[in-house]
Write a protein that binds this ligand. Structure first.
Ligand SMILES: NC(=O)c1ccc[n+]([C@@H]2O[C@H](COP(=O)([O-])OP(=O)(O)OC[C@H]3O[C@@H](n4cnc5c(N)ncnc54)[C@H](OP(=O)(O)O)[C@@H]3O)[C@@H](O)[C@H]2O)c1
Length: 280
């Protein structure tokens, strides 16, 4: 019997999707995070060996983000522990235009293990499964981003690519840079969500300092404030606006358009404020 495929980030936007796909294809998986038994915590390396032992390949999502200053050191330690405990192939989820992420990628490439890097633009699912959901439900999304365009990528495409590189021959030691097929501003995204949703949602842009001050007043930890500033200034300075062919190259099909993401997400009811209140 084949060893289980390790998934670090069990309930994450991509980890959950990768896990579901692998299981439906008949693969045994070992999905882990801080809340699983055994647990895996990026901040506690003592938890790493026992979840790695007995696996040969892994899908790895780092927390909170490969852009943070200690990510490179964590990934370095992780590949060492992985090597010592028999892991042979690591698929690392990475971000575009982040210096820290690119340094972490180099660590993996130089590790001697088989590797894949799935380097992604911003996920479309940030509008429905994380911090931007609240603004959409409230009828106004406020962010420190003006006219920069971003080719948002669908997390279902990311999961399809991760599963392909984990299970199909011919992908080893390749980096796929994944984006959606169109680059959009946040205002355009909100318009594309609001119209078919049939509910007005406004997009408001504010200076990054005002945004960070508001986070500070809400008690947001300093590291998260740093990350948000990094994402909305450095990473969102236009360097990532280009559409890339990674989904087509890995899957031999085009990436999912933002319009289709919107249609399927409306179908889930997640943007329906009354459904949200009911399930809260
Ligand atoms: N969002 C984007 O637009 C974007 C774009 C490019 C790259 N990325 C990269 O995507 C990665 C995140 O992947 P994702 O979005 O699939 O995951 P995610 O949705 O951010 O994953 C959330 C899960 O991570 C687990 N977690 C939190 N802290 C942890 C820790 N210290 N140790 C272990 N698990 C922890 C939590 O589960 P428990 O509470 O059970 O631990 C939580 O359910 C980041 O490295 C980021 O740089 C994101």
């Amino acid at each position: 019997m084949k060893p289980p495929i390790l998934i670090i980030g069990k309930n994450g936007k991509t980890g959950a999707r990768v896990n579901k796909r692998l299981q439906s294809l008949g693969y045994e998986t070992r999905p882990v995070s801080r809340s699983t038994t055994p647990s895996f915590d990026w901040e506690n390396p003592v938890t790493w060996p026992s979840v790695i032992k007995g696996t040969r390949s892994a899908y790895v999502t780092y927390q909170p983000d490969l852009a943070v200053p200690n990510a490179e050191a964590s990934i370095k330690e992780f590949v060492e522990v992985a090597t010592e405990n028999g892991l042979e192939h690591i698929v690392l989820l990475s971000g575009r235009g982040e210096d820290g992420a690119q340094r972490a990628e180099e660590v993996l490439k130089d590790s001697g293990l088989s590797w894949n890097i799935v380097r992604c633009s911003w996920f479309s699912q940030n509008f429905s499964e994380t911090f931007m959901l609240e603004g959409i439900l409230a009828g106004e999304l406020v962010l420190p981003a003006a006219d920069t365009v971003e080719p948002f990528v669908d997390a279902d495409d990311i999961a399809d690519v991760a599963v392909a590189v984990l299970t199909e021959p011919g992908h080893r030691n390749r980096l796929y840079e994944l984006t959606g097929p169109r680059a959009l501003t946040f205002a355009q995204c909100i318009k594309e969500i609001s119209e078919p949703l049939g509910r007005p949602v406004k997009y408001t842009t504010i200076p990054v300092d005002d945004y960070i001050n508001a986070l500070h007043e809400q008690g947001t930890p300093k590291e998260v404030q740093w990350l948000i500033r990094e994402l909305f200034t450095v990473v969102f300075d236009g360097r990532n606006s280009t559409v890339m062919p990674g989904v087509q190259a890995a899957l031999n099909r085009p990436p999912t358009d933002f319009k289709f993401y919107v249609q399927k997400t409306i179908g889930t009811g997640v943007w329906n404020a009354s459904v949200q209140r009911h399930s809260a």
